[in-house]
Design a protein around this ligand. Sequence first.
Ligand SMILES: *[C@@H]1O[C@H](CO)[C@@H](O)[C@H](O)[C@H]1NC(C)=O
Ligand SMILES: *[C@@H]1O[C@H](CO)[C@@H](O)[C@H](O)[C@H]1NC(C)=O
Length: 142
Amino acid sequence: MNFKTSPFLFFFVLFISICCFLTVTSGCLIKNWTVSITSEIPNDIVVHIKSTDHDLGDHTISAHGIYTWQFCSKLVGTHFTGDFSWGSRHQSLALMDAKISRYCNKRLVGDDECYWLVKPNGFYVSFNNASFPWDWAKKKSW
Ligand SMILES: *[C@@H]1O[C@H](CO)[C@@H](O)[C@H](O)[C@H]1NC(C)=O
Ligand SMILES: *[C@@H]1O[C@H](CO)[C@@H](O)[C@H](O)[C@H]1NC(C)=O
C-alpha cells in the first residue's frame, strides 16, 4: 500500500500529523507545571519571579493570598527564582529547579503542581498542599 493508491491513508496520516503538531504547540511537550505561592505573612509581601527565559515581574501577595503561574518544563534547565520582600526583610530562593521538580514530581508527563507556603519563620514547599506541617519541607528562613 502506498499514498498514491490510497488517498484515504494519505489524509489519515496528514490528519494525525496535524493533531500531533497542535498538541505540541498548544500544550506542553513534557510537563505543564502549576506553581503557587501562598502567603501566611500578616502584611503584604512582594515577590519578583523570573527564570532564564521569562521575567514574571513583581507580585504583591496579601495575607492568605495566593499567586499562581504555569509553565512548560524544559528537558533540562528549568529554573525559577523568587526575590521576596517583607518590609525591610529580603530573601531569594529557587522556586523551581531540578531538585524541587523531583520533589514535586507526581506524574511522568502532563500536568503537575508545586506549592509554596511563606510563613514568618520561612519558606516551605509541598507536592500536595496537605494541611501544614504534613509534607511541607522547609527550604529557607527569612
Ligand atoms: C497548563 O495548564 C493550565 C491549567 O490546566 C492551562 O490553563 C494552560 O493553558 C496550560 N498550559 C499549556 C501550555 O498547555
Ligand atoms: C491549599 O489548600 C488550602 C486548604 O485546603 C486551600 O485553601 C488552598 O486554596 C490550596 N492552595 C492551592 C494553591 O490550591
